[in-house]
Design a protein around this ligand. Structure first.
Ligand SMILES: O=P(O)(O)OC[C@H]1O[C@H](OP(=O)(O)OP(=O)(O)O)[C@H](O)[C@@H]1O
Ligand code: HPA
Ligand SMILES: [Mg+2]
Length: 178
């Protein structure tokens, strides 16, 4: 798998330090409250599992599956909810946890959808922010790293469902997808 990586952008250690920093900031901001954490499957799953363990206020876990990339490096532009939450978020402090905000289409759609469900609050935590490719504006409350316009894989991020289990994040070699 590492043979397909042009360059490692964040090592396992750098990712762990980032998760720790975000966990501390979130714990401070939500002191005395309970968080309803929503992981957006499948990309966020690795980051989600690490981040919730770095938060020291009570956290309820739930997941939603959304997909817009399929087996491509370009968004299809259509966001599909493949799996909805198991619980109601009414009156809860929702924290959406994502791996990456790229065009912003996925989160723009999901944030609108969440606001209709009458939560007490909704915030977004994204490990990676790729602002150069944004098509719609999205407010990221907790952001890990700002990344340039490269197609990244690893630590949950895939290309055609591969590379999610890499412990680091790297730039995928162009010859793999072009
Ligand atoms: O800002 P956007 O351009 O919408 O891109 C970000 C979304 O794309 C990826 O999901 P994908 O649709 O590939 O599904 P996956 O999480 O199962 O890989 C990623 O996990 C985000 O959810
Ligand atoms: O750079 C990326 N890598 C993997 N999945 C993605 N979904 C949006 N952007 C990306
Ligand atoms: Mg994907």
């Amino acid at each position: 798998m590492m043979n397909d990586i042009e360059k490692v952008v964040y090592t396992k250690e750098e990712l762990a330090a980032c998760v720790k920093r975000l966990g501390q900031q979130i714990s401070k901001d939500y002191a005395g409250k309970e968080i309803f954490a929503v992981g957006i499957l499948k990309g966020a799953v690795i980051f989600f599992a690490d981040l919730v363990r770095a938060i020291d206020v009570p956290v309820q876990l739930d997941f939603m599956a959304a997909s817009s990339y399929g087996d491509s490096t370009q968004t299809s532009g259509t966001v599909k909810i493949l799996k909805d939450l198991d619980f109601s978020v009414e009156g809860k402090h929702v924290l959406i946890i994502e791996d990456i905000i790229d065009s912003g289409l996925t989160l723009n759609y999901l944030l609108k959808n969440f606001k209709e469900r009458k939560p007490a609050s909704v915030k977004l935590c994204a490990l990676l922010d790729k602002p150069e490719r944004r098509k719609v504006e999205v407010k990221i409350d907790y952001s890990g790293f700002t990344v340039p316009d490269d197609f990244l894989v690893g630590y949950g991020l895939d290309y055609a469902e591969k590379y999610r289990n890499l412990p680091c994040i790297g730039i995928l070699k162009k010859e793999i997808y072009s």
